[in-house]
Write a protein that binds this ligand. Structure first.
Ligand code: SAM
Length: 223
């Protein structure tokens, strides 16, 4: 007996969930709502997890990593205030889902760095199958940023750092924003929105508690 949920049912559940997130005020903008509808999370997880993709919790992806919960992704996208044309760097590609959403919001090339080669391949496959053409998955240590395409309007880090990596601050444009969870290893972190003022000063705002997998690298946790 085939117990797999049909594509129609997956889509129906997803649309209902997006409407609920919108009604609850977690998704605030029409742009983020449209991006969620365009790229459902079930396209970015392994087949056996697809039927759970509408549940607002992190889901496993290969190599012991996770794709974040729906509310977390929505909150970070809203805080980032993305709009067409912004130059965005994401650190921690994972499944590629968040990068796909970013690409829908900025409608230009998006750069995303992932340290685990197996996940680079996983994300590239997911992105290709979802029809996303403007996301570039870069293998490597994202704590060093990605200098070839700097400076960035936004840098969005989706793993927990012990401290703010200096290269990311350097690669941020004046007027740009860095979103980064900072705190404990696999414990709670605080999500910070760090704005570089036009004069090059840093203005830090703490959003609240979050729980991300560790950011491992030269300017992060030692692996
Ligand atoms: N944004 C992802 C998505 O949409 O699926 C979820 C990210 S997952 C919570 C965190 C990811 O950060 C993992 O895939 C992990 O391998 C990656 N990571 C950890 N340290 C990293 C580093 N220094 N550079 C790049 N990626 C890193």
């Amino acid at each position: 007996m085939d117990l797999m949920v049909s594509p129609e049912e997956l889509r129906k559940r997803w649309e209902k969930t997006v409407e609920r997130l919108f009604m609850e005020g977690i998704i605030k903008s029409e742009a983020v709502r449209r991006a969620f509808l365009r790229y459902p999370r079930y396209l970015f997880v392994e087949e056996r997890y697809r039927e759970y993709a509408h549940i607002d919790e992190p889901l496993p992806i290969p190599h012991g990593q996770t794709v974040s919960a729906l509310h977390m992704v929505a909150i970070m996208l809203e805080l980032a205030e993305l709009r067409e044309g912004l130059n965005v760097l994401e650190i921690g590609t994972g499944s590629g889902w968040n990068a796909a959403l970013i690409s829908e919001l900025v409608r230009t090339d998006v750069y995303t760095v992932e340290r685990i080669p197996e996940l680079v391949e996983f994300a590239r496959r997911n992105l290709e199958e979802a029809g996303v053409e403007n996301v570039h998955v870069i293998p490597g240590d994202g704590t060093k940023g990605f200098p070839p395409k700097a400076p960035y309007d936004r840098i969005i880090v989706t793993a927990g750092a012990p401290k703010v990596p200096e290269p990311l601050v350097e690669q941020l444009k004046p007027g740009g924003k860095l979103l980064i969870p900072v705190g404990g290893y696999h414990l709670w972190q605080d999500l910070y929105v760090i704005e570089k003022t036009p004069e090059g000063k840093l203005r830090k705002k703490r959003w609240g508690g979050v729980a991300f997998v560790p950011l491992i690298g030269e300017h992060g946790w030692r692996g």
